[in-house]
Write a protein that binds this ligand. Structure first.
Ligand SMILES: NC(=O)c1ccc[n+]([C@@H]2O[C@H](COP(=O)([O-])OP(=O)(O)OC[C@H]3O[C@@H](n4cnc5c(N)ncnc54)[C@H](O)[C@@H]3O)[C@@H](O)[C@H]2O)c1
Length: 324
């Protein structure tokens, strides 16, 4: 599909282009994702000499996806939706979203977004791929930028890990938050709203909790690095590939989350205290988690869902497959 002007009655529709600012690893990966979903993509970089490498990476990544049968169209058709543009104003003309993918340095991102603000369409949402910097820190008191800026933090690579964390600042216009969210959704991503600016967002905070414990266990000689990885490869990770930690415990104990917290809460509290943590699962907190779980899964459907979980596990490679 070649680049088309947006339909007049659909200003944020799937044919309106996105701009990627920064043609490194995440920038190219976003280009793959958006182009595979049918959207025209313009890639800009402060160093246009990066374009040759980026073109090569784009072709290689699309080729791999095609080899795995994961593209709906020939790789060349998808690749042709991506154009590399050396001037920023040309790259952002008409776009619905600018996805910044420049190095993780706050001053650099600030300067880049000031340049983007000067040339981007007035109704374009502006998103940073930052892994750790919150949007109000990038906007740093510039209300024009703060109104339009979110962090849209992808997994790596975003065309294989579908979650994207959407992090507005208190000053971001909710209309633009929704616009960016819709663009992500239209590319097949699963946007998750982070309601408060917090270091590490959700992805890295959860990963951090596991990593901190893993390091402590190695330090204390409790297990080897590979055995800890094995617990995730062969245990936790198999379930986590299709359900999260809350659904896991909800399905592990008849009666759901409340029953689990009742039986296991004190042990988890002692484990936390051993690490200097005091975040008790108070009755109110457990009730709030349980209410959200019961809204997602009424207890009458609990047995069916447990069976569904087991079916998902059976679809994974069988544990007795000696090939490992
Ligand atoms: N790599 C990851 O796993 C990952 C995952 C999620 C988010 N992120 C975030 O995505 C962003 C980009 O990370 P990356 O790994 O793609 O970095 P990278 O180093 O691979 O690419 C950065 C690109 O930005 C270009 N660049 C340098 N200065 C620039 C400027 N002033 N303006 C525009 N472009 C400029 C470089 O030429 C390069 O092409 C970072 O904020 C990073 O934290 C990375």
């Amino acid at each position: 599909m070649s680049e088309k002007a947006p339909a007049a009655d659909d200003p944020h529709g799937p044919t309106r282009p996105v701009a990627i600012a920064g043609a490194g690893s995440i920038g190219v990966a976003f280009a793959v994702l958006f182009a595979a979903s049918g959207r025209p993509v313009r890639v800009w970089d402060a160093f246009p000499e990066a374009f040759d490498r980026a073109r090569g990476e784009l072709t290689a990544r699309l080729g791999l996806l095609a080899d795995f049968g994961l593209l709906h169209e020939p790789a060349e058709v998808v690749g042709a939706r991506v154009v590399f543009v050396a001037d920023l104003a040309g790259a952002v003309a008409d776009v619905v979203l600018v996805q910044e993918c420049a190095p993780e340095r706050v001053e650099l991102k600030r300067a880049l977004f000031q340049a983007v603000l000067a040339v981007a369409p007035a109704d374009a949402a502006l998103a940073s791929s930052s892994s750790a910097i919150v949007p109000s820190s990038i906007a740093e008191g510039d209300p024009r930028l703060a109104r339009r800026l979110i962090v849209g933090h992808p997994g790596n690579p975003p065309y294989l890990l579908s979650v994207i964390e959407v992090v507005p600042s208190p000053d971001t216009d909710p209309v633009l938050v929704e616009q960016a969210t819709e663009v992500y959704r239209s590319a097949g991503l699963k946007p998750v709203l982070v309601r408060r600016e917090i270091e590490g967002f959700l992805f890295n905070r959860l990963q951090g909790a596991v990593l901190r414990e893993a390091y402590a266990l190695v330090r204390d000689g409790v297990a080897s690095v590979d055995d800890i990885d094995e617990v995730v490869r062969s245990g936790l990770g198999r379930r986590w590939s299709f359900i999260g930690p809350f659904e896991t415990v909800d399905l592990n104990t008849r009666g759901g989350v409340e029953s689990h917290a009742d039986k296991m809460g004190p042990a988890y509290e002692r484990m936390g205290a051993e690490r200097g943590q005091h975040d008790p699962w108070t009755p109110e907190l457990v009730a709030s988690v349980a209410a959200q779980r019961r809204a997602a899964l009424p207890l009458e459907q609990w047995d069916d869902r447990v069976r569904w979980r087991d079916e998902q596990l059976m679809r994974l490679k069988p544990i007795w497959d000696a090939a490992g």
